[in-house]
Design a protein around this ligand. Sequence first.
Ligand code: DAT
Ligand code: MG
Length: 152
Amino acid sequence: MSTTEQTFIAVKPDGVQRGLVGKIISRFEDRGFKLAAIKLITPGKAHLEKHYADLKDKPFFPGLVEYMNSGPICAMVWEGLDAVKTGRVLLGATNPLASAPGTIRGDFSLAVGRNVCHGSDSVESAKKEIALWFQEGEVVSWESAQAKWIYE
Ligand code: DAT
Ligand code: MG
């Protein structure tokens, strides 16, 4: 089993404005995931349209891009065992009304269009998203002192 799977996690503009960056980081740290990259960024409309290209035909697409473009985003790469799938479990369901309490969306949000965070939905899209949001060298390879206490 690989402990080096990576996922792209972002705190959306509402999460940044609401001061949830630290709390969201803590959920991933507390679970045992390792931070591999982080930056605060306002990447602009074209970049956000590319990020959500799969959804371009949805009626909510223009509003989604406008919302994502409304303030800084905290972009991160988190690494660890089953990071993509388990990362999405930490986020909760897309619609916060269906997100379980204890998840980020289930604890901090109500509306699908203000659901505070993003997480990659597959290993393949994680690779694409990390390449879109981070330059070579911004994703750091390092060994956590905790690893031997987290993994068997
Ligand atoms: P997720 O963010 O859980 O991967 P997604 O990729 O299907 O969900 O959609 C991306 C974002 O688009 C989602 O976080 C919030 C918004 N969105 C999804 N469905 C929506 C809807 N029916 N109405 C408004 N916004 C929606
Ligand atoms: Mg998605």
